[in-house]
Design a protein around this ligand. Structure first.
Ligand SMILES: Nc1ncnc2c1ncn2[C@@H]1O[C@H](COP(=O)(O)OP(=O)(O)O)[C@@H](O)[C@H]1O
Ligand SMILES: [Mg+2]
Length: 344
């Protein structure tokens, strides 16, 4: 779900994911945080940079603080109300409110890749554990340490959509998008099939090879930086995903130029623009008149984020140190990107 302005993304969560986001929030504002210690000094990005901004949590029955509601903007009128964390009144169902990672994008392409060979945690029942061991052994989760879970592709009319079987994808009502479901990624077995799928994804635009190359290089840098972060963070991410997102709208790409940041500042830029929504064309920043279009031009063209923390733990809750299951999956994905870059 999103709010009316589509700047927020709302999803139902269980306690563990809520706890995860609350820990991240607490640690981000803590000077001696486990997210920052020895990481920032060495130029390693703290974990929160890789995670959607967390606005708060909501449930149907809880009380609302005015300040939080202001933060939530349009959601003030929504039927659900914000959960005031201090009031410890957790009731089901619970929702988290995150930044909508697609806000600011005109024609985004999105791929969800589930990381890790091991897909279950200690809390899984024997049945569930056996089922997930089987899924891993039959898919690239087991062989490569990652699996394509789904994709949303801007319909570019490409003939190579014939990589997908008819049961694996569908068009939206207006034929502008293709949604590829999880059965596609589960069917892939070989490194070549994975390479072809990633190649199709990163080429799904009409900007030519230079843009594809740029995207591959940016995501390669991001994956390496994320590995660096995880190698410096006590964490365990069972069954989490990375989202790869990039713009394919030609006007936005041309306006932006191909250079892009490792980590976007989209939420800050969009919040800033929303706060100044009564301004038409230009606004004054530190004494200078800046065109609104130039500020919008700062919204990223592509980004990589970690999502889905229903089985994730960080910091003192992990006995395990760093998360080699997730790191190995990222390394193996990075190898495929490096092969694609080499083949250009
Ligand atoms: N903050 C976000 N902004 C935009 N889209 C998101 C965001 N978080 C998740 N999504 C989308 O929703 C999908 C499901 O989210 P996820 O956190 O994996 O939930 P689930 O527990 O249902 O798998 C992701 O594949 C992604 O496409
Ligand atoms: Mg998921």
């Amino acid at each position: 779900m999103t709010d009316e302005g589509e700047s927020l993304f709302i999803k139902p969560v269980l306690k563990q994911e809520l706890d995860f986001y609350n820990t991240i929030k607490k640690e981000t504002s803590n000077e001696n945080s486990l997210l920052k210690s020895n990481a920032e000094n060495r130029g390693v990005l703290p974990l929160n940079e890789w995670i959607p901004k967390y606005i708060g949590s909501m449930s149907k029955t809880s009380n609302v603080s005015k300040e939080d509601l202001e933060k939530m903007g349009e959601l003030a009128n929504a039927p659900m109300q914000l959960n005031n964390e201090n009031k410890n009144c957790i009731s089901e169902p619970q929702y988290i409110v995150l930044e909508n990672l697609l806000n600011g994008y005109k024609t985004p392409n999105v791929m969800d890749i589930k990381l890790g060979r091991i897909l279950y945690d200690d809390s899984a029942s024997i049945d569930k554990k056996n089922r997930l061991i089987k899924v891993s052994s039959e898919t690239t989760s087991g062989s490569l340490g990652f699996r394509i879970c789904g994709m949303k592709l801007a319909n570019q009319g490409e003939s190579n959509y014939n990589l997908f079987r008819s049961s694996e994808f569908c068009y939206n009502n207006t034929n502008t998008y293709i949604s590829v479901n999880k059965t596609f990624g589960r069917r892939l077995k070989t490194p070549v099939e994975i390479r072809d799928s990633l190649n199709l994804f990163f080429s799904n635009h009409l900007m030519g090879e230079a843009y594809t190359t740029n995207l591959l290089k940016m995501f390669n840098k991001r994956i390496e930086a994320l590995i660096d972060t995880l190698e410096n963070t006590k964490s365990k991410f069972i069954s989490s995903s990375i989202l790869l997102i990039f713009e394919s709208n030609i006007d936005r790409i041309k306006q932006h130029g191909l250079d892009d940041e490792l980590i976007d500042s989209d939420y800050d830029i969009i919040s800033y623009l929303e706060e100044s929504c009564d301004v038409d064309q230009a606004m004054e920043i530190e004494g200078e008149m800046i065109d609104i279009e130039d500020i919008k031009g700062g919204i990223s063209l592509s980004k990589l984020k970690l999502v889905d923390f229903s089985h994730a733990v960080i910091g003192k809750n992990t006995n395990t140190g760093v998360d080699s299951n997730t790191i190995d999956g990222l390394k193996s994905l990075n190898d495929v990107l490096l092969q694609l870059i080499k083949a250009i």
